[in-house]
Design a protein around this ligand. Sequence first.
Ligand SMILES: Cc1ncc(COP(=O)(O)O)c(C=O)c1O
Length: 411
Amino acid sequence: MADQQREYSKRFPDANGYYGQFGGNHYPSDVWPALEELASSYHALRDLPEFLDALETARIGLQGRPTPVHFLKNITDEIGGARIYVKREDLNHTGAHKINHCVGFALLAKKMGKRRLIAETGAGQHGVALASAAAFFGLECEIHMGAIDIEKQSSNVGRMRLLGAHVVAASAGQSALKEASDSAFSAFVEQREHALFAIGSAIGPHPFPMIVRDFQSVVGREARQQFLSLAAAALPDHVVACVAGGSNAIGIYSGFLDDAGVALHAVEPRGTSDELGQHAATLSFGSPGTLHGAQSLVLQHEDGSPAPVSSIASGLVYPGIGPEIAMLHQEGRLHVTTVSDEEVIRTFFRIAKSEGIIPALESAHALAFAIQLAKRRPSSECILVNLSGRGDKDVDYILANYGTEGQRVVD
Ligand SMILES: Cc1ncc(COP(=O)(O)O)c(C=O)c1O
């Protein structure tokens, strides 16, 4: 681990799993033993050479790491402003950054003597990644997914089943990511003797946000070194990531958190409007509350119940945010912005046609903002975007609703 990252991860979380006022463990006491078992196993294993070697083997052979940093030359030339680079997490096996922490959790489960991995998924990227990691390490896999997402992301559901996972439909409430998380966590509590919960993002009670961050930090670590080895041998001026729970964001930010000269941008889904229920922009519009066992920022009704949320990107439809991202926001370390569904669709087509890359709708949020930023900044500045996933999972939906040219939205 690079010194700069070790410094930061030593400071947070504190001994009780807090990031400033956010985080902790707010689940009932019957869950504590399972969380304590996970925390102590993780601390005992994480620096062992045999654990790190097995992780590295999976990262190289199964995942295809390291992923490159790539210059979006065509878009940059079209804009004529700051230069846009992408960290190609879309090139990971199974198509997104999620596999960075899935292989970590699968290896942990194996070493802890558990036989099953349980998780929730939104867009299906986490589910497919976990199913693949489970198969690789010889573990069973149970994925909980909102009934609406099962319909929208049918190709990912097929992939999970093909990889041997059992898919459980969550049909309460909005039948989306929050309900899938509720359902998966209850399944974990019931099966904790033989199962490990491999949470989908840097959310939930301690120690999940810390473990996800540590496994995702490979993105920031690689990106920092790769950027420094480019011709200018300098750090990027801006690092941009889309945010739901915050796993891809904290992954790339972790390489640059102590570099005051690097502006960190968090891009949230504005959906169809700023009205509660029409977006999923928790940093922008949320308030302190408790969700999925942690204190954080939450989009909520006055009585504290989570509000409905909406975005064209299933993986961003979540009414909360990871506690570490909430703390960074409160400390003023993040520049927070929102992007609408319509801007996302426009960007999806633009990146596909100009750069030959079909981005995930989630990642298209970050790219849309990067394009806006590049227009305002001089060509001497560099923007690094976490291209968190590829859009193959979104193609059927896009073709059915917008055709091949995006006529309804493209100018
Ligand atoms: C490609 C991609 N990017 C981003 C996200 C958002 O999750 P997170 O905020 O944990 O990175 C998802 C979630 O499914 C995703 O599939």
